[in-house]
Structure formats: structure tokens, C-alpha cells
Design a protein around this ligand. Structure first.
Ligand code: ZN
Length: 162
């Protein structure tokens, strides 16, 4: 999945170019990623889940192949990483397709490992905590619970933040 630009053409012209970056080996040109596009795609109801899933695969690939690249983009403004994280957490409730859910899960864990920011961990854990307190439908919490299990597995000391 590497080499494919992660940009949503229809809306990208509205975005400040500081939100996009060319990732990967400089000599190879790399792939273009726009964080603002990704967030808008994730949050839009008009975009097919297969397309969101495709974008998530791209993000996952970037996190795997270009460690630190996404962190560089996101550290420009903490609000954007929070929004990005929040939109991924939201997908755990709205996505019904199992394969996409697994991808959301994977990207969230990868992203938190990449950011290594206590603020981000805290944000995620507080969000989950809020959901636990406001739980009217246990079924919709299952994907979040699965994600929490994966997170604790990947980052054993995350419990200390909580
Ligand atoms: Zn964009």
C-alpha cells in the first residue's frame, strides 16, 4: 500500500499545506499525506467505509515505514493530533465492518506508540472512561474494549497514566 497518496482531492485545496507532507525516502519522491484530509474523510458520513479503510491502510503503512514522519506533522498543533485521535476513537462506534474495525484498532495503537505523548494517552483513556460511565448499549462498547486490550498489550505501562 506504500506509494499511494493519502489525500482527498475534492477537499484538499481548502487545507493549509502545513498539514501535508511527503513521506518516505526523499529520493523516491515519497507519498503525500494530508492529515486534514484524513480527519475529514474519517468524520464524513458520505464517504464509503471501503475508502476510509484504504486511507487507514495508508496511514498504517506510513507509521510502519516512516517512523517519526507523522509525529513531525502532528506536533505542529496538538489540537490536530487530538482531533485525529478522537475521530479514530469515534470510528470504533460507527464502523460495523470487522476488517475496518481491526484497521482502526491497529492505527490507533500505532499512532499512540508513534506520538509517545502522555497527553494523547490521557486523552484516549479519559475518552474511554467517559464511555464506560455513559454506557447505554454495551454492544457498541465491545470494539473500544478490544482496542483497550490491544493498547495495554502494546504499551504495558499505559495503566500508569490512567
Ligand atoms: Zn488535505
Amino acid at each position: 500500500m506504500t506509494g499511494v497518496d493519502i489525500v482527498y482531492d475534492e477537499i484538499h485545496s481548502r487545507h493549509d499545506q502545513s498539514w501535508s507532507g511527503r513521506l518516505g525516502p526523499a529520493e523516491g519522491g515519497g507519498q503525500l499525506l494530508c492529515v486534514a484530509c484524513v480527519v475529514e474523510m474519517i468524520e464524513s458520513d458520505d464517504i464509503a467505509s471501503v475508502r476510509k479503510s484504504f486511507a487507514l491502510s495508508g496511514i498504517s503503512g506510513v507509521l510502519k515505514c516512516s517512523p517519526g514522519a507523522l509525529r513531525e506533522l502532528l506536533k505542529q498543533d496538538h489540537r490536530v493530533s487530538v482531533r485525529f485521535t478522537a475521530s479514530l476513537l469515534g470510528m470504533l462506534h460507527t464502523v460495523e465492518d470487522q476488517a475496518t474495525l481491526e484497521k482502526v484498532d491497529q492505527v490507533l495503537v500505532q499512532l499512540l506508540l508513534e506520538l509517545q505523548s502522555e497527553l494523547s494517552y490521557r486523552f484516549v483513556l479519559e475518552d474511554i472512561h467517559r464511555q464506560l460511565n455513559d454506557q447505554t448499549n454495551m454492544k457498541s462498547f465491545v470494539p473500544t474494549f478490544t482496542f483497550l486490550g490491544n493498547l495495554v498489550e502494546a504499551v504495558p505501562n499505559v495503566a500508569q497514566v490512567w
